[in-house]
Design a protein around this ligand. Structure first.
Ligand SMILES: *Cc1c(COP(=O)(O)O)cnc(C)c1O
Length: 220
């Protein structure tokens, strides 16, 4: 397999047209990102603010950066001018910081709420019940700068496909449940990575975050 262009094309060609493929470029050199840009790719995912801040100025302005990793509140100021979509809004405190800082900078940014699906304790995100409470308490959907677009989740690291499937199904259900309240902008269900994106697609994913299947293994 020829990485990353051929690998990207192969995945992209297998997807329905309305599914967005985010190339997760964390740890990958800028040359590899540029190769994909040259064949028309615009959506790239990074999980660290520092790395994103270094790479963003090296790419054309129409590159769409996706922040997919845990975001600390003290990095919000730095990340806002760089990103197209933040996938990892995982707490009420982070959400409030985003409201405050986006108003200050007058920057419109899309966000996804990250929901904790996996069995592992280490993953970030709202527990499904906590998210239901959160959206009942907060007025989320008419802010001038912060635009909630949907949900993101990561399945357990397991070979048990039935487990992964049930976690993605749970996320899809929560996404549908929230739709009536959220309105027309609620369109994005970010689920599926290199190892589980087939299952995610079957469960209604609209956005895949794929790294190693596009770039080859990561270069730490
Ligand atoms: C690294 C990462 C991915 C991509 O993982 P691969 O297994 O390389 O496809 C997707 N989502 C998040 C949040 C990540 O940190």
């Amino acid at each position: 397999m020829n990485y990353p262009e051929e690998a990207y094309q192969k995945i992209k060609n297998s997807l329905p047209n309305d599914v967005c493929l985010v190339a997760v470029s964390k740890t990958q050199p800028i040359e590899s990102i540029k190769k994909l840009y040259e064949i028309g790719v615009r959506d790239f995912g990074e999980n660290k603010v520092q790395e994103l801040s270094q790479k963003a100025p090296m790419m054309p302005k129409d590159t769409r950066w996706h922040m997919i990793g845990h975001l600390q509140r003290n990095k919000v100021k730095q990340v806002l001018p760089l990103v197209h979509l933040i996938h990892s809004v995982d707490s009420s405190r982070l959400y409030k910081e985003l409201l405050k800082e986006s108003e200050k900078q007058q920057i419109v940014v899309g966000i996804l709420f990250q929901i904790h699906l996996a069995q592992e304790e280490s993953k970030y995100g709202f527990a499904p019940e906590a998210f239901r409470e959160f959206i009942q308490k907060e007025v989320l959907f008419d802010h001038p700068y912060i635009k909630p677009r949907g949900l993101m989740g990561m399945a357990s690291l397991t070979e048990d496909n039935a487990q992964i499937e049930s976690e993605f199904a749970m996320l899809k259900q929560l996404f549908e449940e929230t739709k009536p309240e959220a309105g027309a902008g609620w369109k994005t269900l970010s689920m599926g990575m290199s190892q589980d994106y087939g299952i995610a697609l079957n469960q209604g994913s609209t956005m895949l975050r794929i790294g190693s299947q596009i770039f080859g293994s990561r270069q730490y």
